[in-house]
Design a protein around this ligand. Sequence first.
Ligand code: SAM
Length: 258
Amino acid sequence: MKAKKSLGQNFLIDENIINTIADEVAAFSNDLIIEIGPGQGALTAHLVTKKSFFIAYELDTDLIPFLRKFEGEKQIIKHQDFLTADVISDIKDIEYENFYIVGNLPYYITTPILERIIDLNLDFTKMVIMVQKEVAERFMAHPGTKDYGYFSCLLQYYFNIQKVCDVSKNAFRPIPKVESMVIALSIRKDRPKVNIEEYQEFLKGIFRQKRKTLKNNIDVSLWSKVVPVLKSHNLPESIRAEEISEDILIEIFRNIKQ
Ligand code: SAM
């Protein structure tokens, strides 16, 4: 079947990579696995052997008949857009212990998928996903590096993110234009306590114009609350948001909100 570019279809054919991803998911029969975009079932075939509760969301109508063979008493294929699926209702009656999210993601919606998972407040044990390498590097970037920005900061607030492996273009058919990486995310237990909606707004604001200084991206009336924090850490007033570590950003945010 012809892969659909519009749905981000690059199917995994490299058994080593497929095994690596499946091995990262240490699920047992009393656990739950959600797969995003099972495609032709390259990962699905391995995931269902774990005998866990299993739900896969696939948007492409043409792939559904092929995926039906993976259905079972505890295994469900949903012909749905993951971005609008009612995942909470889908899992609410399942009594599971650990919860894994897995996917070789459609790259055109990597960020919306992660935003959706954050919005749904899904309490997963581990998420193992394939993303574009450049995007993975942004997710894991440290303050002060060129890759660091709003979404790195936001994702790292929610999750611990680790590289699992690099993946060559040749691991897929059709061969994509970009290199990939498998990453593993777990929910951070030591998140600073803040009002997340307000903190997210604050982050959006200070990262709005990347090349501008923090001062330029912050309301003039609030600047006097920022200066003492910068001073206490010996940071210049000309600093940019992407040069500031999370703990100092949190301090600035708390001072502003006081
Ligand atoms: N897991 C398969 C593999 O590794 O070979 C397929 C991965 S392919 C990169 C991404 C899959 O996500 C495709 O099957 C595509 O149809 C599906 N997809 C795209 N958008 C989706 C959405 N919004 N919700 C669910 N699945 C989607």
